[in-house]
Design a binder for this molecule. Structure first.
Ligand code: PLP
Length: 435
């Protein structure tokens, strides 16, 4: 019988979906040179740097480039007062330090940029963590409302992935309880702008980052924005060790001397990007819309953006893998496996956080003992982002990302045993269950 089988004419073999995957020896969908990596440098930025270097005294906080940038960003924001500082983190620290008299505790989402939480400790405050929403990865409004208490003096809201975390009921309730509001817009520069009909988000302080990964892609830079003159004046009190802003070199006894000065060279790059910011945001939104249409049909994939919000800045395209819907173990290893397949196809995906933000800092070990926050846990196990969605990448690149996702998804049924094995190997519980 084996001999008979061998005599049968060989049919041309169609490779299985798994065999076409780059991870299993197939051709990747995208080659790396097709993708422009943010901050997508151009000659404009080089010219801005040359001009700044020639201008002299590019260590001064009152350098004309910095003042022009503060004015221009204030105008772009629709009228906020703006101070440039060394980083987004510095801006958060200054805002919290200014508002700390409101109460000893801060309510903030558990899915958070770890660096944003350090300032809570440095301002002498204690965090209370609220769960996040599976709609946008930002604070869950009802969960946050339930956690308000007389000890809470500040709400620190994080707008992740470019999403605008509007949470109007939470803001209104906070106002009636004299709770101050700080909006960390490092990932969502559009959140500082007013809506044509609804006005601006109600906040005491908006903080922005100009670091290389954010919309202003400027190296190292941050901004504190608001309408409160006292807050803006507080920048120098926390930051400058000499009163350089008005040109003098007198050491100011009132200052903490943290020297959160803006980098003038970074400010030059940010200033050169500002005229193109609207165009950049429009291109990001267009790319996000293409990804939304292309990926929304894939099972087990939840898109973490509300597309009804016009101010979203789409820093990254955030996705939650709901592995259970695919019949796969809902553990981080499943997400890691699929992310690796996508990476090998050339899609720029990455896993942002694997632990709650507080676990990356040494200040609150007791938080580890608290019961887990279910949506945060779910996101930490399944969250990943497509990172390169900014111009000059356009629809052709987005369509290639989608094609790579479809290719991987087509192979998932065939890959299920491999994925279960990987998940089992990394998770004792499942392995024991299967054994
Ligand atoms: C980047 C970021 C910050 C900090 O900005 P830096 O300029 O890097 O200090 C704060 N919060 C969030 C959500 C961020 O993504």
């Amino acid at each position: 019988m084996p001999r008979h089988a061998a005599l049968r004419p060989a049919r041309p073999r169609i490779p299985s979906p798994k065999a076409t995957l780059a991870a299993y020896g197939g051709r990747p969908v995208l080659s790396p040179e097709r993708i422009a990596r943010w901050p997508a440098p151009s000659l404009d930025h080089v010219s801005a740097l040359i001009e700044a270097a020639r201008s002299g005294r590019y260590h001064r906080v009152n350098h004309p480039i910095v003042s022009q940038l503060e004015d221009a960003l204030g105008q772009w924001s629709g009228g906020l007062k703006v101070r440039a500082v060394g980083s987004g983190t510095a801006a958060i620290h200054i805002a919290l330090d200014y508002l700390r008299e409101h109460g000893p505790k801060i309510l903030t989402p558990a899915l958070n940029w770890p660096g944003a939480l350090g300032p809570i400790h440095f301002a002498g405050l204690e965090p209370v963590f609220a769960d996040v929403s599976l709609e946008d990865g930002c604070i869950d409004e009802n969960e946050a409302l339930a956690k308000l208490s007389p000890e809470i003096g500040v709400l620190l809201l994080s707008h992740l992935f470019g999403n605008v975390s509007e949470v109007p009921r939470l803001r209104q309730t906070a106002r009636t309880l004299d709770i101050a509001i700080v909006d960390d817009c490092a990932q969502a520069i559009g959140a500082v702008r007013p809506q044509p009909d609804a006005g601006r988000i109600d906040s005491d302080a908006f903080t922005l980052s100009g670091n290389g990964a954010k919309h202003l892609g400027a190296g190292e830079l941050g901004f504190l924005c608001g309408t409160n003159g006292g807050l803006i004046e507080h920048v120098d009190r926390v930051s400058l060790s000499s009163s350089a802003r008005d040109g003098g070199r007198v050491f100011a006894p009132m200052s903490y001397g943290l020297n959160y000065r803006p980098n003038v060279l970074s400010a030059a790059v940010a200033l050169s990007r500002l005229p193109g910011l609207d165009e950049q945001l429009a291109a990001r939104a267009e790319n996000a819309a293409i990804l939304r249409i292309g990926l929304s049909g894939l099972p087990g994939l939840r898109i973490l953006h509300r597309f009804t919000e016009a101010r979203n800045s789409y820093l990254n395209f955030a996705l939650l893998l709901e592995a259970g819907e695919l019949g796969l173990p809902a553990v981080p290893a499943t997400r890691d496996f699929i992310v690796d397949l996508l990476l090998q196809e050339g899609v720029p995906v990455w896993i942002w956080l694997r632990r709650p933000a507080w676990a990356y800092l040494p200040f609150w070990p007791e938080e580890a003992e608290r019961p887990p926050l279910p949506n945060t846990e779910k996101l930490l196990a399944g969250l990943f982002d497509i990172v390169e969605i900014a111009p000059p990448n356009g629809s052709d690149v987005m369509r290639a990302y989608i094609a790579a996702f479809e290719k991987v998804w087509t192979a998932l049924p065939e890959l299920a045993p491999d994925i279960r094995k990987a998940a089992g190997d990394s998770d004792g519980r499942i392995q024991a269950g299967r054994g």
